[in-house]
Design a protein around this ligand. Sequence first.
Ligand code: FAD
Length: 405
Amino acid sequence: MPREKKVEQYDVVIIGGGAAGLTAGIYCGRARLNTLLIEKALVGGLATYTNEIENYPGFPEGTTGLGLMKLFQEQAKKFDVKFKGTDVQKVHLDGEIKKVETFRNIFEAKVVIIAAGGRPRTTGAENEDIFLYDKGISFCATCDAAANTDKVVVVIGSGDAAIEEGTFLTKFASKVIVSVLHDEGIMDCNEIAKEAALRNPKMEFVWNSVVERFEGEDHLERVVLKNIKTDELIPIEADTCFEFIGYLPNTDIFKGIVDMTDRGYINVTRNMETNIQGVFACGDVTEKYLKQVATAVGDGAIAGFATEKYIAESEIFEEQILTEELSLSYIYNAIDGDSRAYLTTMEKLEDEVEAKINIVDVYKSTGIADRLGVKEYPCVVVVKDKKVVEVIKGLPSKEDIQSKL
Ligand SMILES: Cc1cc2nc3c(=O)[nH]c(=O)nc-3n(C[C@H](O)[C@H](O)[C@H](O)COP(=O)(O)OP(=O)(O)OC[C@H]3O[C@@H](n4cnc5c(N)ncnc54)[C@H](O)[C@@H]3O)c2cc1C
């Protein structure tokens, strides 16, 4: 008989312990939220796969991925974030209380932050596993270009990322050899990048090719390409092979639950909210312009901050707005002068009606208005017996309001 799973309660559960998840943890922990971070592999995420991080601010001499991420984790622990090393298998995200399921546990939380990151797509060629990351196969030109100054590198792929990153690499490497699957002159990238690459004297192309295998002793020494039309093997001596054949977000367990792009990245607002209330996503798991530690940190900070606001708003909503007794909520935007001036009417009304009056400024957050289902402001929302009984649009007179009570 399957063992019953142990249930634990938290304010926040963060799925993924990379730069984004750890930063969200620091913000949540510091806001005194009871926070659990679940990581299935190494805390620190993808950044721990790289030896040198030279572009993260604050470290003029550079730092190691592992070293930097250890500092992130220490800081999260300082703010009392709890850690569990296990794989999240299932999530139930509807309703006020979300459930995050692992092999042994069900973790319940008011908020779930998805920071599950992603992974670069690999070629699957022979010996690829041996040379991944620090041993000569890279997925990040921004990160590893400088280390390849005056060296020969191979680039796999012909999409926008491959050709634009390959062109960037020519500023450092002595030669950039690009393996393209298609016939001569055909590439998957945009025309401008293609023309520039074809004119670049440091770039060479091996058409109709795929990677057959990687060779070397301790580090990559040779990339053996294969012509898919003739089966001819083409060995290329190279220091690094950059693979740009796509990136796969770790979103399988969220499919059909959270809104995603066609490519499986989670859609978020600028506050890192997903389409589900109380569920945020941050870092490489979201569609973004630049996937780096610095941007994952920014996303994580926003998600952590927005979580704190969401939980605080939930409490106000439950305790002051959706009450059994009569309550009035004036929903307004503080940058609108007329709406601001109307505040005095509401204040006067408070003395005359036996009802709690709440003032909700949507300029700060639309969270409470969203929960009330209100899309047009200003308005006055009347609640009784925990139900919205009336939404009076615009700036009603005192008499108008009193007639509805
Ligand atoms: C080789 C390499 C070198 C790089 N070098 C640099 C660099 O020099 N500078 C720089 O700024 N950026 C660099 N980057 C990019 C940087 O690492 C990423 O942008 C950053 O790590 C993204 O952070 P994240 O938290 O969004 O995701 P990740 O770091 O991918 O973390 C996500 C975490 O979620 C965990 N996870 C996923 N699914 C589950 C689940 N179901 N249950 C539990 N845990 C789960 C994963 O195990 C992972 O640890 C490099 C990337 C690579 C691949």
